[in-house]
Design a protein around this ligand. Sequence first.
Ligand code: ZN
Length: 257
Amino acid sequence: MPRSVLMEELDAFTYREAIADGAPVIIPVGSIEQHGPHLPLNTDVILSKAMSTRLAGVIGGLVAAPVVYGYKSQQRSGGGNHLGGTTSLDATTLISIARTLTLEFARHGAHRLIFLNGHFENYQFLYEGIEQATAELARRGQDVSAILLSYWDFVDEDTIEEIYSGSFPGWDVEHGGVLETSLMLHLHPDLVRLERVMDLPAAQLPRYDILPVRAELTPASGCLSSAKSASEAAGQLLLERTSKALAEAISAELAAQ
Ligand SMILES: [Zn+2]
């Protein structure tokens, strides 16, 4: 039986062998965040883990147990942290998690790490933690490098055009919209309640943040654009194209290192 690519399903001996053989470690990072009335709170965890699993299959990597919680949801990208269900870490905690995990996988002997982000607001805090850890490892003379990415940056223009037919609202308001809902319909139809989609116009948010938030600026759905045109077929297309583009880029990067 081929070994699982999921670290959490391996025994420690098999895990150590894979690391000793040079397997890159992919760390999915998600959030527990409201995604409207039709998607589960762990949508970002499921999607980052699914993208990570496909990448691991191509590059011979291992998928670490995911970072389940993420940085605070922001009104202009995730509806806002004031909404019930959304359960977030503060910045210093997320920085510390990224730093600690980088040091832990380095301690196991991993040389190549990939943090695969599935929640918009996480990015800069992951960057900071990884930067601190890799600088520390370099000072110790350890050869460890890390790649940080958000999976939606690998969705190409043609796919956007095919799926949205000219009505792409922008990644900032995609929260709980067509992309995430379609991917979930393909990967976990059992967790999607399409009949509960609230078909509201995309959020009209200012080009600045307001603290504390003005809650009425977030649509009643909690989603920033409508998921009405989501479909399983679009999800399959998105998953295939995005994971392929992602795997090509990462394979080339690892080969160049
Ligand atoms: Zn999401």
